[in-house]
Design a protein around this ligand. Structure first.
Ligand SMILES: Nc1nc2c(ncn2[C@@H]2O[C@H](COP(=O)(O)OP(=O)(O)OP(=O)(O)O)[C@@H](O)[C@H]2O)c(=O)[nH]1
Ligand SMILES: [Zn+2]
Length: 352
């Protein structure tokens, strides 16, 4: 296999002496990369580490990077540059802080997985759609565990209500139903990321698509700051049909950080255009076309609530994230806020 099999399509200009590589696995800033010369372990160059401010500036699975190869193939390669990302998918880390966590980069299609069993939840799907809309990647919906569906027809109709033009695929791993459609949908050298809460059946879907009796390696479980188990391993694999897949195991919740809530609610957005006030919050203002649509039974009340809640969450988190990023920069440049103030005072004195 060469790098084209991993999706290297467009011309990527290289700096002198460096080679193009794609990151296929990470763990504690130890990377596994693939190049036209084979696989290597890799580390990021000190200079690159110094330019980074927060976690999202570090290379992640799916990234295209420029590397210096070691003379001995058993030695570690050095990642010298991070190529600009075509798409990026972030989520808020668990807990109250609004640190960004990179889920994957350069994904062409997000496959939003949701189980048709008791965990079926349209509000969660709306959340995933809002994040997908901001990522730059296209989205498709993969409904799993069709054998456990309470009312498949009604569930499909409800999904159609809240989606626009996203393809919807239905799978049942117990009979392998839907797997043919899924593999036919997935194209060679295109990158897909399976997203969905822990236990929706992502691994069960991917394993038969790997071929050659290969199995996804079990995710590494670690303790996070709250003593809970979290799965940290991400990996990029090439399936038997040639498509490139990023597995994102162990997601408990998908905190909004970089979302486009309006894009995922174009029906609400269209109604809002007819509200009397252009900055209507659709809570109690007179002449609200959105609430009127709810009263008339044209818009689901739960969907409006979901929209308002996601809007609030997104606004709060992006505000907090802006602050966190600013603080990280001050820390890097001055060593802290106190030091920065002292330096500014000093500079003012000199000017006088
Ligand atoms: N009844 C039924 N069970 C399924 C189906 N697909 C998966 N399961 C079961 O659901 C459980 C979770 O499946 P996984 O594939 O491990 O889920 P996952 O999404 O990879 O979970 P994480 O790795 O934690 O993110 C397993 O016990 C599977 O056997 C299905 O189509 N029908
Ligand atoms: Zn309104």
């Amino acid at each position: 296999m060469n790098l084209n099999d991993y999706g290297a399509t467009h011309e990527q200009p290289l700096a002198n002496g460096l080679m193009l590589a794609r990151i296929i696995a990470t763990s504690h800033q130890q990377y596994t990369i693939v190049t036209d010369a084979g696989r290597y372990r890799a580390q990021i160059a000190g200079r690159l580490a110094n330019q980074t401010v927060e976690a999202v500036d570090f290379p992640t699975v799916g990234d295209w990077v420029q590397v210096r190869l070691p003379e001995n193939a058993d030695d570690t390669a050095t990642i010298e540059r991070l190529n600009p990302r075509q798409t990026v998918f972030l989520r808020k880390t668990a807990g109250r802080r609004s640190d960004a966590q990179l889920v994957a980069a350069n994904v062409d299609w997000l496959l939003l997985c949701m189980a048709l069993d008791a965990n079926f939840n349209l509000r969660r799907l709306e959340r995933y759609l809002a994040v997908a809309a901001a990522s730059g990647a296209r989205a498709a919906i993969v409904l799993t565990k069709a054998d456990k569906a309470a009312d498949l027809a009604a569930q499909l109709a409800a999904v159609a209500e809240i989606t626009s033009d996203q393809p919807v695929l239905v799978c049942d791993a117990t009979t392998a139903a839907g797997l043919t459609e899924l593999t036919a949908f997935m194209q060679p050298r295109v990158t897909y990321a399976f997203l969905g809460s822990s236990g929706v059946g992502k691994t069960t879907l991917i394993n038969p698509l790997l071929g050659h009796g290969a199995l996804l390696t079990a995710a590494v479980r670690e303790h996070d700051a709250h003593g809970r188990h979290t799965t940290t391993s991400r990996q990029l694999l090439v399936l038997a049909n040639g498509s490139v897949v990023i597995d994102t195991p162990g997601m408990r919740e998908l905190g909004l950080l970089d979302a486009n809530v309006d894009a995922a609610f174009d029906d609400v957005k269209a109604l809002a255009a007819r509200c009397r006030f252009s900055d209507c919050t659709h809570q109690q203002e007179p002449g609200c076309a959105v609430r009127a649509a709810v009263s008339a039974g044209e818009l689901d009340k739960d969907r409006l609530e979901s929209y308002l809640q996601l809007q609030t969450e997104q606004a709060q988190n992006s505000h907090l994230r802006g602050k966190a990023r600013e603080n990280a920069k001050i820390e890097r440049m001055f060593g802290g806020k106190k030091q920065m103030k002292a330096m500014m005072k000093e500079a003012r004195k000199k000017r006088r």
